[in-house]
Ligand binder design. Structure first.
Ligand code: HOZ
Length: 425
């Protein structure tokens, strides 16, 4: 028996579904997960010794690839002093200062341990600051698994095809409205009725959890205007896009200034870090400077801070994003051509180093469009690519992540594999 299969059977006995996060179980693509033994650069190696070109990159954090020497060195140096103290360290200030320098809308920042924690805390802050309960999100956007945000969500919720989750109290779900992504008129209509009861509008400025969907400029910029009109807190959820689609995140690409930004993934250099930050006047409402409570035993722990600082230094180097754009574009263009040559109906939707190949005639502008994709074809494509040594997210509703470690040879090998697999669909 293969080692991965053996490990999965063993995991299922003590871990629900055999995994610690649902999508990675590979259920929606009709296969079992690969258990991973190690990673290096753009490659990962499974428990059976097979090597793959990795486009999951731990779902976004690994913009530098696996085991980048500067990140490893920083973690080792921090570890030599101790993993966690539950008391402040200078490293926390260094990472906070780096974030404030890079993202102009962030005047103050609080470190947490995951993107979910960041969005949950930002929502609480918005409610605390406005004295209102209502939240607006968008269909297919995923902001972690906090109760208020698990309504019409993307990512694993979309992959498993469930509308929400049992366990979320009706009262909490009722305070969240989910509107169509990229439809600013729907937001205006909603706010005419309920704007004065709405605490926050939260959005993925580039959707990544229904597959990658770019925002229409009038949508993302229109949200700022609506929020100003009704005194609503605008939260850009940049857990996926922050330090990823550009150094300054999607807000720098689209010229939108949010009140709060949630961050995660790249900011931790591969260790568990989330953060939320924004206007000083809002952030000062967080305990202990203000009354809105939020805390964490491991928040700001030195190893995670050191990894984040090292990662932000590397990605701040001149030319970093230009090189990433070049390889991402080569991959996207090559996939489009390979699909067209094989007569396969497909759309490649890309913003920077995030992209999704949708099995659809397109366009894909919102969750309804994404759901029209041929999921059966996606499963076959996923499995074919895995057999060819290319490791893709096992869901049509997720983003592929290109890293600085992907070489031209990796991209060409991926395209060669795709050409072969498209012909078999
Ligand atoms: N929700 C994550 C992707 N959008 C998946 C996390 C994981 O399985 O690790």
């Amino acid at each position: 028996m293969e080692k991965s299969k053996e490990l999965f059977a063993r995991a299922c006995k003590t871990i629900p579904g055999g995994v610690n996060s649902p999508v990675r179980a590979c259920g929606s693509v009709g296969t079992d997960p690969c258990f991973i033994a190690r990673g290096q650069g753009s490659a990962i190696f499974d428990a059976d010794g097979r090597q793959y070109i990795d486009y999951i990159g731990s779902w976004g954090p690994l913009i530098l690839g696996h085991r980048h020497p500067a990140v490893i060195k920083a973690i080792e140096a921090a570890l030599a002093n101790g993993c966690t103290f539950g008391a402040p360290t200078e490293l926390e200030i260094e990472l906070a200062e780096a974030v404030v320098d890079i993202v102009p809308s962030v005047e103050m920042v609080r470190m947490v341990n995951s993107g979910t924690e960041a969005t949950m805390s930002a929502i609480r802050l918005a409610r605390g600051a406005t004295g209102r309960d209502g939240i607006v999100k968008f269909d297919g956007c995923y902001h972690g698994h906090g109760d208020s945000l698990l309504v019409a969500a993307g990512s694993g919720v979309a992959t498993l095809g469930i509308p929400g989750s049992p366990g979320v109290p009706d009262k909490v779900a009722e305070s969240t409205a989910s509107l169509e992504y990229n439809n600013i008129e729907a937001v205006k209509e909603y706010c005419k009725k309920k704007g004065d009861r709405t605490a926050a509008i939260i959005v993925e400025p580039v959707a990544g959890n229904m597959g990658v969907v770019a925002p229409k400029p009038e949508f993302i910029q229109g949200l700022r205007e609506v929020c100003d009109q009704y005194g609503i807190v605008l939260i850009l959820d940049e857990v996926m896009t922050g330090f990823r689609v550009a150094l300054g995140g999607a807000q720098s690409l689209y010229g939108v200034t949010p009140d709060l930004t949630t961050m995660g993934k790249v900011i931790g250099g591969g260790l568990p870090v989330g953060a939320y930050g924004g206007k000083r006047s809002l952030m000062e409402k967080i305990a202990p400077s203000g009354p809105v409570y939020q805390a964490g035993t491991l928040s700001g722990n030195p190893m995670a801070m050191a990894a984040g600082i090292a990662a932000l230094k590397e990605i701040s180097a001149p030319g970093f994003y230009e090189a990433l754009e070049k390889s991402s574009q080569t991959l996207a263009d090559g996939l489009k051509k390979a699909a067209a040559d094989a007569g396969v109906e497909a759309v490649v939707s890309r913003v920077g180093s995030m992209q999704t190949l949708f099995f659809s005639a397109g366009p894909v502008e919102n969750f309804e469009d994404a759901k029209k994709c041929d999921l059966d074809r996606f499963s076959k494509f996923y499995q074919g690519m895995r057999d060819e040594g290319v490791f893709l997210p096992p869901s049509q509703f997720e983003a592929w992540f290109v890293s600085a470690a992907h070489t031209e040879a990796d991209i060409q090998a991926t395209l060669k594999a795709a050409e072969k697999v498209f012909k078999q669909l």
